[in-house]
Design a protein around this ligand. Structure first.
Ligand SMILES: Cc1cc2nc3c(=O)[nH]c(=O)nc-3n(C[C@H](O)[C@H](O)[C@H](O)COP(=O)(O)OP(=O)(O)OC[C@H]3O[C@@H](n4cnc5c(N)ncnc54)[C@H](O)[C@@H]3O)c2cc1C
Length: 456
């Protein structure tokens, strides 16, 4: 007879469509464990806040089912070794991760303990989607065709983990203070968080029933709630991408939505095959581009503080400070303004997003920034520079989005760091550079780079 199984949870905080849990439960008692390792300790502020909410929700759900979430701190190999000795567990299982850090910690546990890893984080494993010649994809549309042609397996039903006869001790989530770095933003952003698997599934249901049919037409409109809002739940693994895919299948609007969902798989496919995308220019030649790399410059600070004087950019940055998220179209606009009009390195923007986005996903974030900046895979060419004003007319035609987030009583001034010294009665900011000047400067730098070295 086998001993209990340790279910090592990382970014798969759910019970439904969870192959590692299904396997563990089929063997017998399951001990769900979450480990606060160095990576968790080093998480940026908003993702840590969101993780705390997700862990709290999962813990409550498990307790309702007669199970528990065991919390321990330390290095995974040693924590799991200790738990195996304490509980008689003879196997560790987990859901695979595809970033270098996640792969490395999984490999270390496999080398030290009887262990098995399972899929569950993506629609397809990154090595399963191949070009006709067996290679990996660098362009989205053929990736999408190959992924959808394979067919996506239906999600597995939720499993209630069978309890062991004795539980090991757990640390208390409140003692971890995961959300402390959010400071003033904590209460403001927490009000927008709907954590947990049940909340995610309810949101998916509402989206599929009420918004999916119009998704393709309305998803770029800034003032409309046309998107699923599931990115944070996907980042924490409160819902699986297969559950999301299948909730849309067969319905009007499904393809536009599933195609967008597939961008997430594409980001992880790219990360698996070229992990340097997470921190360096994906495309060669861009090391010569004269990015500003100084985040303390006044114009970069103005961007971070939603005070560039370009209304649509400032509204979007304030949406980020007030909700911990930002509409996809707005992400593209602020990223374009930072990397092109302000000629600032995309990494500065990506790090700022990581610190402030509750849906921070390292692969989606790096791909999104590099896509906009022009140095990423399948990227928008650098010379296509969004004009924020025409974009605002097109995607916020009534001005409702700008009015909402720029309103003096939006709560923005209570959410941002006190040291910024921002007050509602401050005069409206003057743009640090005109849109025309910014565009011309960026194009000229780009042409100089191209003349020095061919990048396209
Ligand atoms: C500069 C920049 C940074 C970004 N950073 C992140 C990030 O840190 N985390 C993150 O999850 N997404 C990121 N995105 C992608 C996208 O903006 C968000 O996934 C989307 O806005 C989330 O809203 P939603 O869940 O309502 O999306 P929906 O439109 O409802 O789409 C459903 C799901 O599909 C996936 N998806 C949709 N669009 C994209 C896309 N362009 N790229 C990758 N996946 C996509 C997401 O998982 C999303 O939850 C970034 C985009 C840009 C341009």
């Amino acid at each position: 007879m086998s001993g209990p199984t340790l279910l090592w949870l990382r970014r798969d905080l759910r019970l439904g469509d969870h192959p590692a849990l299904t396997h563990a439960a089929a063997r017998g008692p399951v001990i769900p464990v979450f480990i606060r390792d160095d990576e968790v300790r080093g998480l940026p502020a908003a993702p840590a806040l969101r993780l705390e909410a997700a862990l709290g929700a999962l813990s409550k759900r498990l307790e309702g089912l007669g199970s528990r979430l065991i919390l321990r701190s330390g290095e995974p190999v040693e924590v799991l070794r200790g738990l195996m000795a304490e509980t008689g567990a003879d196997l560790v299982v987990w859901t695979r991760r595809y970033d270098p850090q996640g792969k490395e910690s999984g490999a270390a546990v496999k080398a030290a303990h009887p262990a098995e890893s399972y899929p569950g984080a993506l629609l397809a494993e990154p090595w399963e989607v191949k070009t006709k010649t067996g290679g990996d994809f660098k362009v989205f549309t053929p990736f999408w065709r190959a992924l959808s042609a394979r067919g996506i397996a239906p999600p597995r039903p939720a499993v209630s983990p069978p309890a062991p006869s004795q539980w090991p001790a757990s640390e208390a989530l409140a003692d971890w203070h995961l959300s402390a770095p959010m400071n003033r933003g904590r209460a403001v952003i927490s009000a927008h968080i709907r954590a947990g698997e049940e909340a995610a599934l309810a949101q998916l249901d509402t989206f599929a029933g009420q918004h999916l049919a119009d998704y393709g037409d309305a998803r770029d409109q800034l003032g409309q709630a046309a998107c699923s809002g599931l990115s944070a739940a996907l980042a924490c693994g409160e819902v699986s991408p297969r559950q999301v895919w299948w909730a849309a299948s067969g319905q009007s609007g499904a393809e536009a939505f599933q195609r967008q969902l597939a961008w997430r798989d594409f980001a992880w496919h790219l990360t698996w095959h070229s992990p340097h995308m997470l921190s360096d220019n994906w495309r060669e030649g861009w090391e010569h581009f004269p990015w500003n790399q100084d985040a303390t410059r006044p114009e970069v600070q103005a961007w971070m503080q939603g005070r560039t004087g370009v209304e649509i950019v400032d509204a979007a940055m304030r949406e980020l400070h007030l909700t911990g998220t930002m509409h996809n179209r707005a992400r593209m606009l602020v990223a374009s303004y930072l990397t092109k009009h302000l000629m600032t390195h995309w990494r500065i923007g990506a790090e700022f997003f990581a610190e402030h986005l509750v849906d921070w996903d390292p692969a989606n974030n790096a791909m999104g920034w590099q896509w906009v900046a022009g140095c990423g895979p399948d990227a928008a060419p650098f010379f296509r520079i969004f004009n924020p004003e025409t974009q605002a007319q097109k995607f916020d035609p009534t001005g409702a989005y700008r009015a909402r987030w720029l309103a003096p009583d939006s709560g923005f001034f209570d959410a941002v760091p006190r040291r910024w010294g921002l007050t509602p009665d401050m005069p409206a900011p003057t743009p640090v550079i005109t849109l025309k000047q910014g565009r011309e400067r960026a194009l000229s730098a780009y042409h100089d780079m191209r003349n020095g070295r061919q990048v396209y």
